[in-house]
Write a protein that binds this ligand. Sequence first.
Ligand SMILES: [Zn+2]
Length: 229
Amino acid sequence: MAEPSVLILVYHRFDPVKSGLTTVTTSAFEQQLDWLAAHHCKIVPLQNLVQWHDIPAHAVAITVDDGHESVFTQLYPILQQRHIHVTLFIYPSAISNASYALTWAQLDEMVKSGLVDVQSHTYWHPDFRKERATRSPADYSAFVNMQLTRSKSLLEQKLGISVTMLAWPYGIYDPGLEAAAKRAGYQWGFAFAGGQAHPESDALAIPRIPVSGGLSLSGFAALVAEPAQ
Ligand SMILES: [Zn+2]
């Protein structure tokens, strides 16, 4: 039997009309879901996939980074209608704070629906490369630890959930960051790109496939059938 390989898609924002680099229109997103269903792809919660048992053929997980308000206003109704599960990677400093971001009440409602899992995207989405270049080694290490632990503990405390997954901001990670994530209690980390995920993938840098806005349906089909490496 072939080893399982799975597609973990990454989205950011949804809009009824406009598309952009990180904004997918709701109609394009629905067409993508229809395409996946028509091609026997099964949407599975990310938590189930990373256990690597009983993975259905053509398993796909949907992840959404950054906690934009359109996750609640545009995506959530589609999830409810289609009973689809997604994982949100959230940087909690923005929640109920930045004008573009979700609120804690919206996150809580989505988590309680059972359709949405919330995991960490660090505390404020730093560029770890820039931070390392401008801080002393000790200061950088304390900064990394704060970004990893404060996000996990705040999400757990505010939402009553268990946070074991981390998506690396800008897809930036290295062995030192992975070790820090492990120390902070994360079991799985996710890259921003890299193609299909396999059981042999580095558990703290599992590849994902970004879906940009403005992608045609045939472009999406090609991305999913033969993800860029
Ligand atoms: Zn991000």
